[in-house]
Design a protein around this ligand. Structure first.
Ligand SMILES: Nc1ncnc2c1ncn2[C@@H]1O[C@H](COP(=O)(O)OP(=O)(O)OP(=O)(O)O)[C@@H](O)[C@H]1O
Length: 248
């Protein structure tokens, strides 16, 4: 579980996050949704320690990240897996080498153990037999799967996915969503997905946090989302014509 307590962050005189609090639950896909420029990425960066908030606290299973020693911060970081928006694969390395990278950097595992762990992760994301390929030789959906395999290779307690569906066709996007949800449940991970893809929201949104202008305006699940009386949320959801038609 991750507790986000009253996070405030400004850049110059621009206040981007204005006191955001929420709880990200273990074993669930927690989603942060909202329009462009509402502060989703800044919040994610505050949570994973890339941007220090001006005020507030982030608690990883009761460990206050920004008020911990460097050692504790490092051990929390080792428990994080991150799927970056573009996949962020190293183009000059094979799929296998990309997935193995965190093991090389952060562990003293033997080469044989690393190979076995990478093969396991490749298999888990449905990419067995592709380890020798280069990123340029695989599709966008496969690249996301490689990104997921790399994010889980260290057995994370916390998984962060920034726009995992960007650039994917709808069918592939659903498969990536399903994979993230399956992995979350299977390994009892606290997962956070940043998205503005309404399909994802409806498919995997177990705990949804709606940000608007740096405030949390609504929190709930995909069952209650369609029936909120928050005008800004409704405007965001029903910008999608299909959902508008479904409602009427
Ligand atoms: N390092 C920074 N310095 C100054 N301003 C920043 C910085 N990072 C983000 N911002 C500003 O903070 C605001 C929120 O940005 P953020 O990237 O969090 O939006 P977002 O909700 O993730 O949008 P999108 O869905 O388009 O990615 C924007 O106005 C952005 O310009």
């Amino acid at each position: 579980m991750i507790e986000i307590k009253n996070i405030v962050k400004s850049f110059g005189d621009k206040e981007v996050l204005k006191g955001v609090s929420c709880i990200l639950r273990q074993g669930e896909t927690n989603l942060i949704i909202g329009g462009s420029g509402t502060g989703k990425s800044v919040l994610l960066k505050c949570i994973i320690g890339l941007i220090k908030p001006d005020e507030g606290a982030i608690l990883y299973n009761d460990r206050d990240f920004y008020n911990s020693s460097l050692e504790v911060q490092q051990s929390i970081r080792r428990e994080m897996g991150v799927l970056f928006q573009g996949g962020a694969l190293f183009d000059s390395q094979t799929v296998h080498q990309n997935i193995q990278f965190p093991l090389d950097m952060l562990t003293t595992m033997s080469e044989a153990d690393k190979r076995e762990r990478v093969e396991f992760c490749l298999q888990r994301v449905g990419l067995e037999g592709t380890g020798k390929r280069m990123p340029s030789e695989i599709s966008g959906g496969m690249k996301k799967r490689v990104g997921i395999a790399r994010a889980i290779v260290m057995n994370p307690k916390y998984l962060f996915c920034d726009e995992p569906n960007s650039g994917l066709d709808p069918l592939t996007a659903v498969k990536i969503d399903e994979l993230i949800k399956e992995i979350t449940q299977e390994y009892n991970i606290t997962t956070l997905v940043i998205t503005h893809d309404m399909n994802s929201v409806m498919e995997i949104g177990e705990n949804i946090i709606f940000l608007h202008s740096g405030h949390k305006l609504w929190e709930g699940d995909n069952q209650t989302l369609m029936h909120s009386d928050v005008a800004e949320l409704n405007e965001f959801i029903f910008a999608n014509k299909l959902l508008r038609d479904l409602r009427s």
